[in-house]
Each structure stands twice: as structure tokens, then as C-alpha cells.
Design a protein around this ligand. Structure first.
Ligand code: AQP
Length: 342
């Protein structure tokens, strides 16, 4: 494979979130919070990946609203459309076109190793859409259609990012264009990279978890947040003194990490502050902190959502800007592959 370290294009950040349901605290801490920090010093594209969402059934009547919901969450969290390009994936054709070319580069064996497909499909893999299986190839196309060099994501996306790097390297190698595509770097580290379910500390917080009590949604009001945290699974113990003591207590470790990510403290600092306290003290403190941090975002989101036309306008304008970057790249890909007339 070619040496990917010599890519000399500009630094560019790309990431996306599916409009497949309510945004939750995991999406916020694992992804959006990082988006806001990165937009200050980087060229950033933040996509609402509706093509990914339809890999499982989406009601066509609800999809536009769900898409605006993610747009509103981005903006309310501080993503600024004058600094970052915020658009929906289906509005930019380069994604699907490049995904097809990458389907012919990626190997079946690579996709067979993707654990997220196995987790989502469970025992029903034969009945899943081909799109769900092929999802990581489309994700590689999302990133590389812009020659993005950096991808802020949660921990769950690590394996998909490795696949994007493999596809980039194989394309560069097969067509003898050593540094055409960069090797995109995942940006995973940091607090909130893996927020777990409030009901099961070994499963990630997810939009598609059937239990609403498993997650804090960005639309939850103060009462709902407090109730969900009160009901969160814990144990009969107290907050321990050391991280080592959290190893066998995934639910408690998760609540401590959420507190740390929201407060800007480290997990250790949270333990120092609360060690020896029971959950009767810690849970209300966590609920208050979550409400304090999330309520302004929820309020602002609702304000954005009250003007759907304005959100549509922001998305459409940004889609034009995104296409301006991606179209010449995909046009070069056509020439590299050798299509007649390209
Ligand atoms: N629990 C999580 N902790 C930290 N980061 C998370 N992300 C998702 N869940 C967590 C990050 O959010 C971004 C967008 O994810 P997505 O909605 O596009 O897809 P997903 O990872 O499949 O998220 P869900 O909630 O699990 O959606 P469903 O249930 O629809 O599949 C990504 O950067 C992801 O890492």
C-alpha cells in the first residue's frame, strides 16, 4: 500500500449524524461538542447523513422533520453556519457516486469484519438491507469526497474509520495515484467518546434503543432528565475513591464519566468530589448539571425548529458549497478510473 503520510492537501474536517431519531447525550458529547471546537480553526463540513438513515426504514413523511431536527441540534449546540458547512447528504450527489466506485475497491472480507453491522443485524442479517451492510463504504465516500483529513466521531466509529483508510490506500495503490486521497484521521479521544446506556453500562447509548429511559434526548425537559437519571441503573454501593474500583461497575463508571464530560472535570476529580457519597446525593447533582448544560440547547433547538423554512434555506445553501468542493474531486476520480468522456 502507498505511503499515506505524504498527502499535501489542506486540513479538512468532516463528520455526520444520522437523522434516524432523537439526538441523545452520546451524540452531543461524542460528536457535536467536538464539532463546535473544531470550527474555529478548521474548514469543517458537518453532514446530516440521511442516506445512511434509510439503510433502515424511515417514514418518508417524517424524514424531512428528522433532518431539520439534527440541523437544529447542530446550530443550537453552537455550530455556526457561517463557519462550518451544515447540509444534508442526499442533496450532494458526490456521496452516492463515489460510494459506487468505492464498492468496487473495498473487499467483501473487509465488510464481513464490521462489528456494527453484526450488532445491528443480530440474528437477522439475511433480512437486512444491502445498504446497512454497505454503510461503511458510503461513510468512506462521505469523508473522501471532500478529501477530509480529520473525522471527529465517537468510539463506536473507530472500525469504520479504519475501513475508510484502507479504501483510500487501496484506491491510491490500485490506480497508482500515491497521494490522491488522504488517510483520514479519526478524532476520538476526549471525554464523552463512549456514553453508555442508562439501563445497561455495557451497551452504548443509542437512538434506536427501544427503551427511552436508556438515553437523555436533547429534547427532554428538566423533569424528564431528572426522572431518567433517578431511574438509571446503579448498585447498592457508594461512589468509590479510585478508577480501579469502577472497573466492575460499568453503570456507575458511565454516570461518573457523564458528570466529568459535562462539567469539564476528569473522572478522577469527580471521584475525589463525591467519593463515599451514595446515589441519593450523586444522582440529583448529575441531574442538576445535565439540566444546566442541556436546557439552553433544548430551548434554542426549539426556536430553530419553529422556522423550518429558514433551516431548509441554511441546508440548501450549504449543500451548494459542499458540492463545489466535492464535484471536482469526484470528477478527478472518474478520470483516474478511466471512464470514456471523463
Ligand atoms: N453513545 C455514544 N457515545 C459517544 N458518541 C456516540 N455517537 C453515537 N452514539 C454515541 C456518535 O455520534 C455520532 C453520530 O452517530 P449516528 O447517529 O450517525 O450513528 P450511531 O453511531 O449509530 O448512533 P446511534 O445513536 O447508535 O444511532 P442508531 O441507533 O440510529 O444507530 C457519531 O460520531 C457517533 O460516534
Amino acid at each position: 500500500m502507498s505511503d499515506q503520510t505524504k498527502y499535501e492537501g489542506p486540513k479538512r474536517v468532516f463528520s455526520g449524524i444520522q437523522p434516524s431519531g432523537d439526538m441523545h447525550l452520546g451524540n452531543y458529547l461524542g460528536a457535536i461538542k467536538k464539532f463546535v471546537d473544531l470550527q474555529e480553526d478548521n474548514e469543517c463540513l458537518y453532514c446530516i447523513v440521511d442516506l445512511h438513515a434509510i439503510t433502515v426504514w424511515q417514514d418518508p413523511k417524517l424524514l424531512p422533520e428528522q433532518t431539520r431536527h439534527i440541523a437544529a441540534a447542530y446550530l443550537a449546540s453552537g455550530v455556526d453556519p457561517s463557519k462550518a458547512i451544515v447540509y444534508n447528504q442526499s442533496a450532494v450527489r458526490a456521496h452516492t457516486e463515489l460510494a459506487w466506485y468505492f464498492n468496487c475497491v473495498a473487499r467483501v472480507g473487509w465488510l464481513n469484519r464490521m462489528t456494527q453491522f453484526k450488532d445491528k443485524a443480530g440474528k437477522n442479517s439475511e433480512k437486512m438491507s444491502v445498504g446497512l451492510y454497505d454503510y461503511p463504504v458510503l461513510q468512506a465516500a462521505d469523508i473522501l469526497a471532500f478529501k477530509a483529513t480529520h473525522v471527529p466521531v465517537g468510539e463506536d466509529q473507530k472500525q469504520h474509520l479504519e475501513l475508510s483508510r484502507d479504501i483510500a490506500a487501496k484506491f491510491n495503490h490500485d490506480f497508482n495515484v500515491p497521494h490522491f486521497f488522504p488517510s483520514p484521521e479519526p478524532m476520538i479521544k476526549g471525554p464523552g467518546a463512549r456514553v453508555m446506556s442508562l439501563r445497561d453500562g455495557t451497551a452504548k447509548m443509542s437512538k434506536s434503543d427501544p427503551s427511552d429511559n436508556s438515553r437523555i434526548n436533547l429534547t427532554d425537559d428538566a423533569d424528564k432528565i431528572a426522572k431518567k437519571i433517578r431511574k438509571a441503573k446503579t448498585d447498592a454501593g457508594v461512589i468509590p475513591e479510585s478508577l480501579k474500583e469502577l472497573e466492575e461497575r460499568p453503570e456507575v463508571a458511565n454516570l461518573v464519566s457523564i458528570y466529568a464530560a459535562l462539567s469539564g472535570m476528569t473522572d478522577e476529580q469527580v471521584l475525589t468530589q463525591y467519593s463515599g457519597q451514595g446515589f441519593g446525593v450523586f444522582k440529583p447533582a448529575l441531574a442538576d448539571l445535565t439540566v444546566e448544560k442541556m436546557s439552553p440547547i433544548t430551548d434554542l433547538m426549539n426556536r430553530y425548529l419553529s422556522d423550518p423554512e429558514e433551516l431548509n434555506r441554511i441546508l440548501a445553501k450549504a449543500a451548494d458549497k459542499a458540492a463545489e468542493i466535492a464535484d471536482p474531486i469526484v470528477s478527478d476520480v472518474r478520470k483516474i478510473i478511466g471512464f470514456c468522456g471523463a
